[in-house]
Design a protein around this ligand. Structure first.
Ligand code: TXA
Ligand code: MG
Length: 352
């Protein structure tokens, strides 16, 4: 399949009526899959009411069929047609954070979505993105759009149209290029079916921000405890994996350097992913920059790009320091731990 690349100016007025967006929206309505930018990561969209279309998402990504998709809409008013009941906490969170980088889980309305979207669950995740291209495409398509991240399953999520092309060129109908995404990590997924919101996947809207609105918040304990099954089915899969094995170092820059030296003594070539400030302080075979020490959101923004760039390095292993688990740091460490397959090195792992 030839994959069309539409390059759009995200600042143009009436974007939803431009020929590029209209063509992409028509493809969506005709049952094709299209990748598009959101403020979090690029999504791979299909009409959520059309099973044949949704099936193409799973095929293009190589995604396990028990992992449900998030449904995207342009206007919060549409939500009443899609879910059984917008709970009081759901209403408050939608008002506070939508449009934006957050997805809300509600009991679904029966008979609206393809069963493939919800993977057999009686709930559905809904998101109202704020990115101008996502908004324009959803408005022009005028159907609810199921969209996972537009990467091959298991790979880091795409934060540019080039990342999408690297993974899916030839497998999907088209990609709308709206430049790099802003936040860089997928939306916060919040179960709103009960009286207290439960965070199933951390993101740029933090637990503290949600707590400020509702007065209480629960973080799915499975995110911390490996032995429990996570409530978001997607959280159990290995994800975001770079080609070279990644190890996280829980400690100081000096400890990181000691591990670099230890791997080198073992005859390994070592790459290090580090903040701009730390680059010059480390002696390794190759370095990749990832954001700035002074701003966790800059690390979130460049995390997946840094992981993808590391694939071309001529190294045997990759190392990165851990980051503070405050604010968006929770989401950063959640993704990094998965990318590292939970390999975290501490002082006690140094030999003598
Ligand atoms: O930022 C984002 O959320 C991006 C952009 C494209 O919107 N989308 C995204 O989708 O990250 P995906 O499919 O890569 O991740 C969706 C996550 C998975 O962990 C999935 O298991 C969970 O949300 N999820 C979806 N529906 C659910 C439901 N009804 N109950 C529990 N978890 C659900
Ligand atoms: Mg994903």
């Amino acid at each position: 399949m030839g994959t069309t690349l539409w390059i759009v100016d995200i600042n143009v007025d009436g974007l939803w009526e431009t020929p590029e967006i209209r063509q992409a929206a028509n493809f969506l309505r005709e049952g094709e899959v299209i990748a598009f930018p959101t403020e979090t990561v690029y999504g791979l969209g299909a009409n959520a009411t059309d099973s044949e279309a949704v099936k193409k998402i799973f095929e293009a990504k190589g995604r396990p069929s028990d992992n449900p998709l998030i449904v995207h809409i342009a206007d919060p008013k549409q939500i009443n047609e899609l879910v059984d009941e917008v709970t009081p906490i759901g209403k408050q969170l939608i008002e506070a954070f939508s449009p934006g980088p957050i997805s809300f889980i509600f009991k679904k309305k029966e008979g609206v979505f393809s069963d493939l979207v919800t993977a057999g669950l009686d709930t559905v995740a809904i998101r109202i993105p704020e990115h101008p291209v996502a908004y324009a495409l959803l408005k022009a398509a005028a159907v609810p759009v199921a969209a996972p991240s537009a990467n091959r399953s298991g790979r880091p999520s795409p934060t540019s149209a080039q990342h999408v092309m690297d993974d899916l060129n030839g497998l999907i109908k088209g990609v709308i290029d709206g430049g790099e995404t802003g936040y860089g990590l997928e939306s916060t997924v919040v179960d709103c079916t009960g009286e207290v919101p439960v965070i199933l996947r951390p993101g740029s809207i933090t637990a503290d921000e949600i707590k400020e609105v509702i007065g209480a918040v629960i973080v799915d304990p499975a995110l911390k405890n490996e032995t429990e099954a996570p409530r978001a089915p997607g959280m159990k899969y290995r994800h975001y994996a770079p080609d070279h094995p990644l190890y996280l170092v829980d400690g100081s820059l000096e400890l990181l350097q000691s591990f670099v030296n230890q791997f080198k003594r073992d005859g390994k070539r070592v790459g290090v992913i580090a903040t701009r400030e730390n680059l010059a302080k480390i002696d390794a075979d190759a370095m990749i920059v990832m954001g700035s020490e002074t701003d966790l959101s800059s690390i979130a923004h460049s995390l997946y790009d840094s992981l993808r760039k590391s694939d071309v390095l001529d190294v045997d292993v990759l190392l990165s320091l851990c980051f503070p688990e405050e604010g968006v740091g929770q989401a950063i460490m959640n993704r990094l731990r998965k990318a590292a397959g939970n390999r975290v090195l501490t002082e006690s792992d140094l030999f003598g």
